[in-house]
Design a protein around this ligand. Structure first.
Ligand SMILES: C[S@@+](CC[C@H](N)C(=O)[O-])C[C@H]1O[C@@H](n2cnc3c(N)ncnc32)[C@H](O)[C@@H]1O
Length: 234
């Protein structure tokens, strides 16, 4: 389904990176055989194509908490969380197909039943989620897009933050880490500008004993270069 040209609609489109980067035949087969079983993508596309009444997405109700990770990369943090909290649901959104294949392999090998995957641009996924229905959202080292002309590609845009704030159940449940000082400063500026709508936030430099320290490939790359990892909690 995922490889069918006419089904790879604009909802999969993502500025800056080629979605259909090289992917092996075996990963293609894995995705063709299993992906739809662990994804809501078709319902999300239907939602967006619907002209009249739009039904927000319904999560399976057997889980105690709903977590979302945007841009999970190779899925290391997503899988670790799913293993350690089997009563919680983990929704992983990633436009990079090799990352989807990696997590799909783990889901099957480890028989995980608490992960939902999406290969869509996260913005379209977030739009289909009901208000106050998500417990925690993680955005771990998003692409920094340091050049000014590329800032509009950043995940932490005004529109996305608005959606994130709408779908979380409570304050202090959106977590973003980054090693980019310009990203953290620009996000702080944005949050200060719209403080009345977004409320308060906290930023700090992650210490080694923080649970979110060193949890992903991109974080570790920055740590190896002696970079700081900033945490924003919103
Ligand atoms: C810098 S990488 C970080 C990956 C991982 N979180 C880590 O720390 O190792 C950012 C990831 O976000 C994904 N991404 C960027 N924009 C996205 C979007 N709009 N929706 C879903 N994934 C996105 C990219 O494909 C990429 O894998």
């Amino acid at each position: 389904m995922l490889f069918s040209k006419n089904l790879r609609s604009k909802y999969y489109s993502y500025q800056g990176r080629k979605i259909s980067k090289k992917i092996s035949q075996s990963k293609k087969k894995l995705i063709n055989d299993f992906y739809d079983r662990f994804s809501f993508d078709q319902s999300i596309i239907q939602y967006h194509n619907q002209k009249n009444i739009k039904q927000k997405l319904k999560f399976p109700d057997q889980f105690k908490k709903v977590n979302i990770e945007i841009g999970f990369g190779n899925g290391e943090f997503l899988i670790k969380n799913a293993i350690s909290s089997p009563n919680e649901l983990f929704i992983g959104i990633e436009v990079y197909l090799n990352g989807i294949a990696k997590v799909l392999t783990e889901i099957i090998n480890l028989k995980l039943d608490n992960i939902i995957l999406s290969n869509l641009n996260s913005f379209y996924f977030l739009e289909t989620i009901s208000c106050k229905s998500v417990d925690r959202i993680f955005i771990i080292n998003p692409d920094p897009w340091t050049k000014k002309r590329h800032h509009k590609r950043r995940v932490m845009s005004y529109e996305t933050i608005k959606l994130l704030k709408k779908i979380v159940k409570s304050k202090n449940s959106i977590f973003m880490t980054t090693d980019s000082e310009s990203y953290i400063k620009d996000t702080e500026r944005l949050l200060n500008k719209y403080k009345a709508s977004f409320g308060s936030y906290k930023t700090c430099i992650l210490s080694e004993n923080n649970k979110l320290y060193g949890i992903s490939r991109y974080q570790r790359k920055a740590i190896e270069k002696e970079g700081k990892i900033y945490l924003l909690t919103l």
